[in-house]
Design a binder for this molecule. Structure first.
Ligand code: UDX
Length: 488
């Protein structure tokens, strides 16, 4: 973004972490009183909410979040935050300008802080070696170099973003490559929050993981980071480990969670052939305390910014260590997810008499899950694109994700975006539920049925509707992993 435009955008709003009316001298005086000065580089889904919670829980620390994106920082300093999370607004409003600041002055932030969290994005590489699999570490590496250039006192650098195991070694090498005597300790503190429940996850996490080198300096550094969380997290939930275990645990946690969904989704295909019910199977196996009941809901497929990216990252790591069988094992989790999305579309096609051309299909939900407007890797995008290939007419409704859906589907003409689900479904041949928004279970489906073309179809890609009730109304109902209820 050109600089002139940024400056214009910043006019009129709070500037660089200063609240209106607080002068720099006042800010300097305030700074003296803080026990720790914490910086976070990267004001995205992870950095923003995490730092907001740290600032809120620890008024004795001064927390600054910086980003190269001026527009994003302007939004963090405004009433419309760039990230939607339940409860985030209140926390930011309470701490901002007191001990929480958002700024674009990265160099100043580095100089002033003893602890630097790095929460820049590490998307999947789209070019060169490892394209489509490996993590793209260019932003991360630029950040490490920036820290090295600006630092004039010892720092603890905390890896918050998800990175391949052994990234800390590269970070250490970059940080110590200048002939300066500045002491850097690299600590891994992976983020496990999930979107939609980020604030709750941060306020009462299952665990906080902190890894470091097993040297005196490394252990001191990780205790220092543990000390931040001890302000509100019970000690037994804060676990320390060697740095490589910590880095790897983040990738493996997401791989295991996604694996459970792919496992139950694979079983859902078998249920549809055998008159078993995937919800009953999920309940039966989930009550085994060794397995647990979470993440066993069959669906049209998992989405979100992490699962696919992190598994492919793990797969690439395995391949680069020559562990091809291990790589294949984890890659199959992603393959089943692709299969599940395609299976859903083929099921629609087969059930609607093998042609979707000219048929109107309404997508109930576009976000990758309920509670968020985020559409990254959403299965709805795959389904919409495939339906467009089949020349169906698509109508999309979603309470939070329509703006993102329009961006994601910008290249495809003729798609309608309608806020009201009743208006969206009217005149359609079929409804496909792709996000488990609570509102879809509560609609008046008699009214919906009356407004649709007959025979009317519902494909419940999230198993959230009352299938028997819908069938009684007259719908032909196709759940995931359960016998279809049809009238022909
Ligand atoms: C995930 C991890 O949960 C979190 O710990 C990590 O830090 C980031 O990645 P998130 O991507 O926000 O969080 O969403 P999550 O709630 O895990 O859901 C991921 C996808 O799986 C969604 O599309 C969801 O709808 C789907 N899902 C989840 C299922 O299909 N079935 C389930 O049983 C659970």
């Amino acid at each position: 973004m050109p600089r002139g435009k940024d400056d214009r955008l910043l006019k009129g709003g709070p500037i660089y972490g200063r609240t209106p009316g607080v002068d720099t001298a006042g800010e300097e005086n305030m700074k003296q009183r803080y026990e720790k000065n914490i910086l976070c580089i990267g004001a995205g889904y992870v950095g923003g909410p995490t730092m907001a919670v740290i600032a809120h829980k620890c008024p004795q620390y001064r927390v600054t979040v910086v980003d190269i994106n001026h527009e994003k920082i302007r939004q963090w300093n405004s009433d419309r935050l760039p990230v939607f999370e339940e409860g985030l607004d209140g926390i930011v409003a309470a701490a901002r300008g007191k001990n929480l600041f958002f700024s674009t002055d990265i160099e100043k932030g580095i100089k002033e802080s003893e602890i630097i969290f790095v929460a820049v994005n590490t998307p999947t590489k789209t070019f060169g070696a490892g394209a489509g699999m490996a993590a793209d570490l260019q932003y991360w590496e630029k950040t490490a170099r920036q820290i090295r250039e600006a630092a004039d006192s010892p720092k603890i650098v905390v890896e918050k973003c998800t990175i391949p195991v052994r990234t800390a070694l590269a970070m250490e090498r970059i940080l110590t490559s200048k002939s300066s005597r500045i002491d850097f300790e690299v600590v891994s503190n992976p983020e496990f929050l999930s979107e939609g429940t980020a604030i709750g996850d941060l306020e009462s996490p299952d665990r906080v993981l902190i890894g470091s080198r097993e040297t005196a300096g490394g252990i001191r550094a990780r205790r220092e980071i543990a000390g931040i969380y001890e302000n509100w997290v019970p000690k037994e939930r804060i676990i320390e480990s060697n740095i490589w275990s910590s880095e790897l645990s983040k990738l493996v946690a997401n791989a295991f969670l996604a694996q459970r969904i792919s496992s139950i989704n694979a079983v859902s295909a078998l249920c549809e052939k055998t008159e078993a019910d995937v919800a009953e199977v999920g309940r039966a196996i989930g009550m085994d305390s060794r397995l647990g009941s979470s993440f066993l809901k069959a669906s049209v497929g998992f989405g979100g910014s992490c699962f696919k990216k992190d598994i492919l990252n793990l797969v690439y790591l395995c391949k680069s260590h020559g562990l091809h069988e291990v790589a294949d094992y984890w890659e199959s989790v992603v393959k089943i997810n692709e299969y599940q999305k395609e299976r859903f579309v083929l099921n629609m096609l087969g059930s609607m008499f093998n042609t979707l051309a000219g048929k109107k299909i309404c997508l109930f939900g576009f976000a990758f899950k309920a509670g968020t407007g985020d559409t990254r890797e959403t299965p709805a995008l795959y389904v919409a694109k495939r339906l467009a290939e089949e020349r169906a007419e698509i109508v999309i409704t979603d309470p939070k994700a329509l703006d993102n859906a329009k961006i994601d589907l910008a290249g495809i003409d003729g798609i309608r975006y309608v806020g009201d689900p009743y208006k969206a479904a009217a005149g359609c041949d079929a409804i496909a539920v792709l996000t488990e928004w609570g509102l879809y279970a509560g609609l008046d489906y008699r009214k919906v049925y009356r407004s649709m073309v007959k025979p009317a179809f519902i494909f419940d890609g999230r198993n959230v509707l009352d299938h028997q009730g819908l069938h009684k109304i007259g719908f032909n109902v196709f759940p995931i992993g359960k016998t279809a209820l049809v009238h022909f």
